[in-house]
Ligand binder design. Structure first.
Ligand code: PXP
Length: 384
């Protein structure tokens, strides 16, 4: 099963969601060996495509170019779907949806066309296509209950740096993380290079096939490196030299302008941005104003809660903030201090689409091996 995505639009679109949705649709429709191409364009190119292929000189939301006619066969390319991001944005705004809900609906519409449905043929055909789209959206809704697991391999590099040697190599760890079935690899390139080195980041960019997240401070040095290396997503984090680990969320309220500038620079380079923040509504509202695509909710206080009441309070806050963020059109990740005991409670929070976990998985990997440790966390998050 192969989904090829080409983006010819300004940055800031969290494209992995479309690849994942397309893979789910192919899988569920028995088209595991088929190929699908997705192209994301802006109004201008969509107008050109419409004029060239459909004799209509204006932009539209989605166009499908089928490569098969029914009965659809596995093992053969299914076709191409072109989605116009500008039109999707306008339609999402009008419908009160967030961009990703709209993009999914357009993907489903285009996919139904590739399956041979055509609403333009008549009323009966339109009804049939609508039923197919509802079925496909339902498939995505059910699958979405499962969040992604992205594994932070910084601690592997921490052990290597203890001897300033070559072992253990975080690159090996990343390969094992992917072989175990995780959805992504995360590294934090710190200003002081205490664990991950520039060489690690560049090699990981070459080998990671799932999703590479680069955590970084919003400094000029890091922005330059990120725009050069082009991770799949950047998570902006605060950084203090003396801290043991990232101790709190970014203060977006205080540094809104600087963070918005960093988001713009990364987005202009085609890199979507997540901002690591405490579960605090004013921080989430400020994060939305920076035009970042995601937030990562800092789960440290929840993870470190000493009493049941404290944990309940922090859990409620995370849920409330996750909902607020989604309502503001932000995608929601969560991380810090999550382990095999405290993650299960967060799994049913439907707004959380990605867990970013490092320390507990690497710690367990010392005893049971990396693949086993990742698989055990995947079982918690995905139930399989
Ligand atoms: N998310 C962010 C933004 C982080 O800085 C870290 C720690 O590097 C994590 C998640 C992972 O935290 P932990 O190692 O406690 O699982």
């Amino acid at each position: 099963m192969a989904v090829y995505l080409t983006t010819r639009c300004r940055g800031g679109v969290y494209a992995p969601i479309l690849i994942r949705a397309a893979q789910i649709l192919l899988n569920k429709k028995g088209l595991k060996n088929s190929e699908l191409s997705l192209l994301l364009v802006e109004d201008e190119e969509m107008t050109e495509i419409n004029a060239k292929w459909l004799s209509r000189p204006y932009t539209t939301n989605v166009i499908s170019f089928p490569q098969q006619s029914p009965p659809i066969k596995d093992n053969e390319p299914l076709g191409d779907i072109v989605i116009c991001i500008d039109t999707a944005r306008r339609e999402a705004h009008q419908a009160g949806q967030n961009l990703y809900q709209r993009l999914e609906a357009l993907l489903v519409h285009g996919f139904a066309h590739l399956l041979g449905e055509d609403h333009e043929l008549g009323e009966k055909e339109a009804l049939r296509m609508k039923a197919v789209e509802d079925e496909l959206l339902d498939i995505l809704r059910k699958e979405k209950v499962m969040a992604d697991l992205c594994v932070n391999v910084d601690h592997v590099a921490t052990i290597r740096q203890a001897r300033l040697g070559k072992e253990p190599d975080p690159i090996y760890a990343a390969v094992l993380v992917e072989l175990a079935g995780a959805d992504g690899v995360v590294v934090h390139l710190r200003e002081d290079r205490r664990h991950i080195q520039d060489r690690d980041l560049r090699l990981l960019r070459e080998i990671v096939k799932t999703r590479l997240t680069m955590e970084m401070a919003a400094t000029q040095e890091m922005l330059k490196i990120a725009c050069d290396v082009k991770p799949d997503i950047v998570t902006l984090v605060p950084e203090r030299r003396q801290e043991l680990t990232t101790e709190g969320g970014l203060d977006v309220v205080k540094f809104e302008k600087e963070i918005a500038d960093a988001v713009k620079r990364l987005n202009d380079s085609g890199i979507p941005v997540s901002i690591f923040i405490d579960p605090d509504s004013s921080q989430i509202e400020a994060a939305a104003r920076t035009k970042a695509q995601c937030i990562e909710i800092h789960t440290g206080r929840y993870a470190e809660a000493q009493t049941e009441e404290e944990e309940d309070k922090e859990f409620d806050l995370i849920v409330e903030c996750a909902k607020l963020a989604r309502d503001l059109g932000l995608r929601v990740h969560a991380g810090h201090g999550l382990d095999y005991r405290n993650t299960p409670r967060l799994v049913p929070v439907a707004e959380i689409e990605e867990f970013s976990i490092g320390h507990s998985i690497v710690s367990r990997a010392i005893f049971v091996g990396m693949e086993q440790a990742v698989k055990e966390m995947l079982k918690i998050i995905k139930g399989c």
